[in-house]
Design a protein around this ligand. Structure first.
Ligand code: GLA
Length: 384
């Protein structure tokens, strides 16, 4: 967790006043990958890696950001928002643009932020930045935008300003996360329910490949287009199919000849992954961690072979983890091409399994993986 005092101190030094402080978490996703933009199901949770924002309104139209981690300033005028040469600033400016688009009148503000969510590791530091700032601006300007609107606005900032056509999962869990609970979200209706995940028996452990997923945004947008292509083909035969959420395996297989190999595999994966989320949630309700873990392993196989968003390092970490004693499940997490694996490990085996996995990884790839044992925390909020 980030020490808010660090942010407060820097803010005082730069702007000579006391900020309001907000905490915005990263996230894990237990299962349901690349299903959100196909109107399917996901099972994320907010974790104790976060970004802290210090924010104060101004009387003029200047927007002044300072990134503590990059040790860098970005300033602009509220009435002149455009893409910045500073990459991190786009995630923030996109949010400001979306807020102004709602018709709400805001002024400038000062903002210092920093945190401990590793960037490019699939823990959604970008959504933490977007939704965190949206929440903070709503608060300091008393805009009373409802929570779901904040989520949508943060997602739109990434879609339109940054140019990644991400789904809604990351921003949603950032705002709606609940301590010791995972959240099952229906990404079509946006209805959701929580499952208790407060177990002393097992832990969520992440292994970070330290491979930055630079390919991710182009490949991500490509996956989305492939899914859309699949829907177009299916619609000729089954006009009620609006997204892959509506498709059945038999329907896809029946028309296999009309798909390219890639589009066929992508579609099958999505349908199967939605089924796995349903099964995994039943396993959770029945307290059956063994079967839950199995669904995670099947999910990884699908992401590796059919959706093709894994990489050698992720596959290796999953392969080694899945044969360790006490490891219930393991799979790559997030957009893919690098970042972390998520593992469900029995409490008593966390230390031993982590040691072996990390050692094997070091021998094979010449570097240590990051190891993060996660707690599940509340979504974005003000620090009292
Ligand atoms: C990224 C996106 C999410 C989701 C995942 C894959 O994290 O931001 O919307 O699509 O990838 O499940």
């Amino acid at each position: 967790m980030t020490d808010p005092e660090k942010i407060r101190e820097k803010f005082r030094g730069l702007y000579n006043e006391d900020p309001l402080l907000f905490r915005s978490p990263g996230r894990v996703n237990l299962i349901g990958e690349h299903t959100d933009y196909n109107e399917g199901f996901v099972l994320p949770a907010a974790i104790d890696k976060d970004i802290v924002f210090g924010v104060c309104p101004r009387n003029d139209n200047l927007i002044s950001f300072y990134s503590l981690d990059f040790n860098e300033h970005a300033e602009t005028d509220l009435n002149n928002l455009h893409k910045s040469e500073i990459h991190w600033a786009d995630y923030l400016l996109g949010v400001v643009e979306q807020i102004t688009k709602t018709g709400e009148k805001i002024k400038g503000f000062n903002c210092v932020f920093g945190g401990d969510i590793p960037i490019g590791s699939g823990l959604s530091s970008s959504a933490a930045i977007e939704a965190g700032l949206a929440y903070a601006l709503d608060h300091i300007y008393k805009l009373n935008i409802d929570k779901l609107q904040l989520v949508k606005l943060a997602q739109k900032a990434e879609n339109e300003f940054v140019g990644v056509r991400c789904g809604i999962m990351d921003q949603f869990i950032n705002i709606f996360g609940k301590e010791n609970h995972v959240l099952k979200l229906d990404c079509r209706s946006l209805r959701f329910n929580y499952y208790s995940f407060d177990s002393d028996d097992y832990k969520i452990v992440l292994f970070d490949t330290h491979v930055k997923h630079s390919l991710a945004s182009t490949e991500y947008n490509l996956r989305r287009r492939q899914c859309e292509e699949g829907v177009r083909i299916l619609q000729h035969h089954f006009p009620w199919i609006k997204s892959l959420r509506d498709a059945k395996k038999e329907e896809i297989i029946e028309h296999k000849k009309e798909f390219t190999r890639a589009v066929f595999d992508r579609c099958l994966y999505v349908v199967e992954e939605n089924e796995r989320v349903e099964k995994a949630c039943n396993d959770l309700s029945e307290n059956n961690q063994e079967d839950f873990g199995l669904q995670m392993i099947f999910s990884h196989e699908g992401l590796r072979d059919k959706y093709e968003v894994s990489c050698r390092e992720l596959d290796y970490l999953v392969e080694v983890a899945s044969v360790q004693q006490g490891v219930l499940g393991a799979r790559m997490m997030g957009g893919g091409f690098g970042g972390c694996t998520i593992n469900l490990i029995k409490n008593d085996y966390v230390a031993e399994a982590s040691k072996i996995i990390s050692e094997e990884y070091r021998i094979t790839f010449g570097k240590e993986p990051g190891i993060y044992v996660c707690k599940i925390v509340d979504g974005t909020g003000i620090i009292k």
